[in-house]
Design a binder for this molecule. Structure first.
Ligand SMILES: Nc1ncnc2c1ncn2[C@@H]1O[C@H](COP(=O)(O)OP(=O)(O)O)[C@@H](O)[C@H]1O
Ligand SMILES: [Mg+2]
Length: 506
């Protein structure tokens, strides 16, 4: 076999196991020169893992990798880079305090003894013109927008002469306009002979750019198809699997409406409208699942409902009162609890100890507040102790910052704080993300108990299994709009909700 006729990349029979669980199992994957090959799959399907194997970050437990027909064994990412593999991770790996050109050469093995800034800069400028990736080589990365940082990551791969460019969910940080520019850059790259692996779960987008698509499902390859020969519906079905396991749990008897939204709109962090005219009711004793691919305004929805973000228009009615435009304290006082997704940024303060974290939601109210600027620390100590026990949170010294706790314990602490006042509305975003099985089970049970107590729960997730298990109704959100609300467990079909999540009417 001549070298030039072999595919750029061949992965064959790749297994990757994490703690007894297959993240990849027997996966075959191939990439040709000049090809954009999309890797599709639900969250947790094993896409990132497979590409981390190709990028030399993980050692596969079985299987082989060939680059242009030659078997390759990567002991580290450096080996993969030397073989022409470049990966742009979901979380960028640039150093913000350094300039663009400094970031280019950082970590390269062959950095010359004397760095010629002019040479580096000239090469960056040349690449950035050739591939239409405008960026100022002298700019500090910390001053760049997300879109610009992504261009720097791409330039860094090109600078290192990567033949294979792996892009992990690159468009999730881009606006639709930026995505169009980004895709035209990708086309220039494939025209120049590069092979691109595009990880995504946005089917629509993928169909517009990819030559082929490989669908992963639960770690295994479900199919590889050409994009001209495939319908969206077929792809969704392949991503979700065929099991139309419709729900087993009986729908609860609901009480009164505890929260209703009328035509609620809000802007995202970039100032553009992102939540678009959302209306729904949440009842006592109900878990209303919110299904959607991350980044479809779920954050804006929850933040608006928690009083952390002002709506642009519309009403938020809590037990008959329109509270739209009020601040977070007013929402807390009316019984709204928020369990955000980033536990240690908006949820807890890692450098504070447990009782201080508990106090964050209570310091202005009795019984924690004693007089105007006084806290009743005895009360807070007792409360912290009893919550730690009730939620079986790992014991750490009272003065230790909570950053010493594991993710599961942090989430329990968050629940303890958020649920201790018996809220009537609970906004829970991905409450079991990143938790081990034990902690996840605990969180699910606590949510069911709250539901039994009569709380109305908005449960945001992108995991259909979790949504089906927990929800009484499932509302699907896409680009800030409600695509539909499944009222009945018999409407909980993976295919149906999968299509809605991809923005397709059913
Ligand atoms: N470093 C890791 N340690 C343990 N489990 C992991 C690790 N990375 C991924 N996993 C698990 O492997 C599975 C596949 O994850 P991933 O490849 O990130 O999926 P995707 O990128 O398709 O969302 C998931 O169940 C995930 O929890
Ligand atoms: Mg991933």
């Amino acid at each position: 076999m001549s070298e030039s006729s072999a595919p750029l990349v061949t992965m064959s029979g790749i297994d990757k196991i994490f703690f007894d669980k297959y993240a990849n199992r027997g996966v075959d994957f191939e990439l040709e020169r000049g090809e954009t090959h999309a890797l599709l799959g639900e969250n947790g399907a094993g896409k990132t893992t497979l590409m981390n194997v190709l990028a030399g970050i993980y050692n596969p437990d079985a299987g082989r990798i060939y680059i242009e027909g030659q078997e390759a064994r990567f002991a580290s990412p450096k080996d993969a880079i030397a073989s022409g593999i470049g990966m742009v991770h979901q979380h960028f790996m640039l150093i913000p305090a350094f300039t663009v050109w400094e970031n280019m050469i950082l970590g390269m093995d062959s950095v010359p003894f004397v760095i010629d800034k002019r040479n580096v800069t000239a090469k960056i400028t040349e690449l950035s013109e050739r591939y239409s990736l405008p960026v100022d080589p002298g700019a500090k990365v910390s001053t760049l927008s997300i879109g610009e940082r992504q261009r720097v990551e791409l330039l860094k791969m090109l600078y290192r002469e990567a033949k294979v460019l792996i892009l992990d969910e690159p468009t999730s940080v881009l606006t639709p306009r930026e995505t169009l520019d980004f895709f035209s850059t990708l086309r220039r790259m494939t025209a120049a002979g590069h092979g691109i692996v595009l990880i995504s779960h946005k089917i629509e987008e993928v169909l517009s750019i990819a030559d082929r698509m490989t669908v992963l499902r639960r770690g295994e390859r479900a199919a590889t198809v050409k994009s001209g020969e495939t319908r969206k519906e077929t792809l969704v079905r392949m991503m979700m699997g065929h099991n139309p396991e419709n729900l087993r749990r009986k729908r609860a008897r609901f009480g009164q409406t505890v929260l209703s939204c009328e035509n609620l709109s809000a802007r995202g962090d970039r100032g553009a409208i992102s939540l678009r005219g959302v209306s729904f009711d949440l009842k006592e004793g109900e878990i209303l699942g919110v299904a959607g691919v991350a980044g479809n305004a779920q954050d804006e929805l929850c933040e608006t409902l928690a009083g952390l973000r002002s709506p642009d228009s519309g009403k938020i009615i809590l037990r008959g009162e329109n509270v739209a435009g009020m601040g977070p304290r007013e929402f807390i006082e009316r019984g709204v609890s928020y369990i955000p997704v980033d536990r240690t940024r908006t949820g807890l303060v890692p450098n504070m100890n447990m009782r201080e974290n508990i106090a964050l939601k209570k310091y202005w109210r009795k019984p924690a507040a004693r007089g105007k600027f006084m806290l009743d620390w005895n009360f807070l100590d007792d409360l912290t102790r009893s919550l730690a026990e009730a939620y079986s949170i790992q014991t750490i010294p009272a003065e230790s910052p909570v950053r010493a706790l594991s993710g599961g314990n942090l989430q329990k602490l968050m629940l303890a704080r958020e649920l201790s006042d018996k809220p009537s509305v609970i906004l829970a975003m991905h409450p079991v993300w990143g938790l081990d099985v034990g902690a996840a089970g605990f969180v699910r049970e606590r949510m069911m108990e709250e539901r039994g107590r009569g709380a109305g729960i908005l449960f945001v997730s992108d995991d259909l299994d979790d949504l089906f298990e927990m929800s009484d109704r499932i509302m699907t959100i896409f680009e800030g709009r409600i695509m539909g609300i499944a009222d009945n467990p018999s409407d909980f079909s993976r295919e149906r909700i999968g299509l809605l999540m991809a923005g397709m009417a059913v």
